[in-house]
Design a protein around this ligand. Structure first.
Ligand code: FES
Ligand code: FES
Length: 157
């Protein structure tokens, strides 16, 4: 067995699992945090994106062993009670959610960007959005939501 300890959404956790699992396997199948989605399972679609030590990572290709000692944030860790994070709220307000399968990954990636760089240039926002496949929206509303989120976050800084 492989024992790994990390902080997950502010709470210390230790898991003992078979060696060789990816972080996504443990989040969904061991810890039952199913907000993080499994799409392609090969690092292409971005649906499984979570934040590890402040950086957005694709958890389907992130070995659990690398998470030892890390601070991990998933989509379940963003809202404060009834209050959605500004990135989440912006996606709702812009009408950028249809089936919602891609949404948690996009939220986590934009969250990581704006946490470190609230005034991120367009190129960086584009880079984030290019990491995510959405089968439903055509991306325009998602891009609008990213801008709305950035404006709101900048106002609070
Ligand atoms: S499920 Fe990880 S990138 Fe698609
Ligand atoms: S809203 Fe359905 S995949 Fe993006």
């Amino acid at each position: 067995m492989e024992s790994v300890t990390f902080t997950l959404n502010g709470v210390p956790r230790t898991v003992a699992v078979e060696p060789g699992l990816m972080l996504l396997d443990v989040l969904r199948d061991v810890l039952h945090l199913t907000g993080t989605k499994r799409g392609c399972d090969n690092g292409t679609c971005g649906a499984c994106t979570v934040v590890v030590n402040g950086k957005a990572v694709k958890s389907c290709t992130f070995p659990l062993a690398k998470a030892d000692g890390a601070e991990i944030t998933t989509i379940e860790g963003l809202a404060q009670g009834e209050h959605l994070h500004p990135v989440q709220q912006a996606l709702v307000d812009a009408g950028a959610i249809q089936c919602g399968f891609c949404t948690p990954g996009i939220v986590m990636d934009l969250y990581a960007l704006f946490e470190t760089q609230p005034d991120a240039p367009q190129q960086k926002i584009d880079n984030v959005l290019n990491r995510h496949l959405c089968r439903c929206t055509g991306y325009e509303t998602i891009a609008e939501a990213a801008h709305l989120a950035q404006e709101r976050i900048k106002e609070t800084k």
